[in-house]
Design a protein around this ligand. Structure first.
Ligand SMILES: *[C@@H]1O[C@H](CO)[C@@H](O)[C@H](O)[C@H]1NC(C)=O
Ligand SMILES: *[C@@H]1O[C@H](CO)[C@@H](O)[C@H](O)[C@H]1NC(C)=O
Ligand SMILES: *[C@@H]1O[C@H](CO)[C@@H](O)[C@H](O)[C@H]1NC(C)=O
Ligand SMILES: *[C@@H]1O[C@H](CO)[C@@H](O)[C@H](O)[C@H]1NC(C)=O
Length: 462
């Protein structure tokens, strides 16, 4: 009898996580009023220079999940996804452990080049890789979010590249809506750069075109060192500065290592009412000890043995004693999206988001599935060859009614420093303006133009 009961209930025992969704400036568990705070780790075994996807290696992920559970975390961030790999087993095991993933969609040879190469690196082959990653990782309910870029802007001179990252955000969000994928939040993870931190946050959340705005924003932040405090670290100033930011914010990397072992006392602040109205938790950098000395565990050279260090014990202790604020933590809904920051010497990103390379429209509009080349992908050669948008087979631009150019005009700066309203010059000129469709996140192809596009695609394959 016991056996029968067990077999009956066993499938139910495997914990199934509900997808996480954005409401106002916070994350929630879908279908519940439970707010979700990211309590997590950056997971990059081998370090930043090693191109390795731990989610396509079941032996590795299984080895580490036990430690994630011991730490009591609910999220990991992975910097490199092999879009030719098989992630089912690791994603399933993570789900059973109640752990979500935040994924970076770029790899070193398929990314937006931050310097002069932004334009040539934003090409059809690049978008094929990014969208392939989004497609394969969207099937899992424990995929929490995608980062369209990480630290692309890292000083004054690299700010123009932000417009290209915003184009990638728009392309991913358009792709999600046209191919019926779950609308997993798309974000940007910003470097800890004092000069343009505020501008980046507002730039990625500005403009009338909802599709070109991020759904969430992450800061890499190393300002709390040792036994600092909410005010000494300057966390208080950040909470104040972003108090009207309309979408979820979190620390996509934290854990200053100037004092080791790290006491991780910031955890008490992050999950308290000091921060919960504006921030939704964060990710500790990082799981494994590498040359830069931010690790919680040492991995033996044969990859079999994990040895935890004092940082691990301290973090575990901090996580277990920091309970989330009761209720909804004071999150806010219906805050307006940001105004675009004025262009200055420190902020040079264009107010016009670049047009999608026309060869990529077939992926974005669901006519051809993007197929990733995994870690063999190299889309940067287009820059070396001096050519942009190589492989732009098929000109779909005349058959797609919706313009893919999204520009927003900046009004002249008023004395208060606010930039006034922006307008999207052409996002909706030809598409369905049915309000319930728009509420769902943007413009769609009309049936006629979809048939035209289909026709064009069929011709291409004849
Ligand atoms: C994912 O979540 C949805 C909504 O809660 C649910 O209907 C679906 O069965 C889940 N899928 C899996 C594979 O667990
Ligand atoms: C946030 O918005 C409120 C209401 O519009 C305003 O009074 C307040 O000054 C704003 N705070 C910041 C930090 O911009
Ligand atoms: C769409 O918007 C235009 C211009 O605002 C308006 O004239 C038209 O009636 C609207 N159509 C529908 C179906 O709402
Ligand atoms: C608007 O779209 C919704 C959902 O697709 C549909 O049910 C409704 O009939 C549409 N309304 C108009 C006026 O087209």
């Amino acid at each position: 009898m016991l056996f029968v009961l067990l077999t009956f209930f066993l499938p139910l025992l495997a914990a199934a996580v509900q997808p996480i969704e954005v409401r106002g400036n916070a994350f929630f568990v879908t279908g519940s009023s439970e707010r979700f705070y990211i309590r997590g780790l950056d997971y990059q075994p081998g370090g930043a220079s090693k191109l390795f996807d731990p989610l396509s290696d079941p032996e590795i992920c299984e080895r580490d999940i036990a430690y994630f559970q011991e730490l009591g975390i609910n999220t990991i961030r992975i910097y490199s996804i092999d879009n030719a790999g098989d992630h089912r087993e690791c994603m399933q095991k993570l789900e059973e452990a109640g752990i979500y993933v935040v994924l970076d969609v770029n790899i070193p040879k398929a990314l937006i080049a931050r310097d002069d190469g932004a334009e040539c690196s934003y090409n059809t082959m690049y978008l094929n890789e990014v969208l392939a990653t989004v497609r394969i990782m969207s099937q899992y309910n424990n995929t929490l979010g995608f980062f369209a870029g990480n630290e692309v802007i890292n000083d004054d001179s690299t700010t123009p590249a932000a417009a290209y990252v915003k184009a990638v955000v728009r392309d991913i969000k358009t792709f999600q809506r046209h191919t019926g994928l779950r609308l997993i939040p798309v974000g940007y993870s910003a470097a800890d750069v004092e000069e343009n931190r505020i501008q980046s946050a507002h730039y990625f959340n500005c403009g009338d075109d909802e599709l070109a705005r991020v759904d969430m924003f992450g800061f890499n932040d190393y300002s709390w060192c040792g036994r600092s405090s909410f005010t000494i670290s300057g966390y208080d100033k950040k909470v104040e500065a972003y108090s009207n930011y309309s979408i979820p914010l979190f620390l996509s990397e934290f854990g200053c290592n100037e004092v080791r072992p790290r006491p991780f006392t910031e955890v008490q602040s992050i999950y308290s009412e000091d921060m919960s109205a504006v921030f939704s938790g964060g990710l500790v950098y990082e799981y494994t000890e590498e040359d830069n000395k931010y690790g919680l565990v040492l991995i033996s050279s044969d990859n079999r043995t994990v040895t935890t260090n004092d940082d691990f014990d301290n973090l575990k202790e901090q996580f277990s004693s920091a309970t989330n604020p009761s209720g909804d933590g004071g999150y806010q809904t219906s805050l307006p999206h940001s105004n675009c920051p004025p262009q200055t010497n420190q902020w040079e990103a264009s107010d016009t988001v670049p047009e999608t390379p026309k060869g990529a429209l077939k992926y974005i509009y669901g006519l051809v599935d993007p197929e990733g080349n995994g870690f063999d992908a190299d889309t940067q050669w287009a820059c070396v060859a001096g050519g942009n948008n190589v492989d732009d087979t098929g000109d779909y631009s005349s058959t797609i009614s919706r313009s893919t150019t999204h520009s927003f005009t900046r009004t002249s700066t008023s004395s208060s420093g606010s930039t006034g309203s922006s307008s999207d010059s052409n996002s909706n000129s030809n598409s369905n303006n049915n309000s319930s469709t728009r509420a769902n996140g943007g413009s769609f192809l009309s049936p006629q133009s979809f048939m035209g596009l289909l026709g064009a695609a069929l011709m291409l394959f004849m």
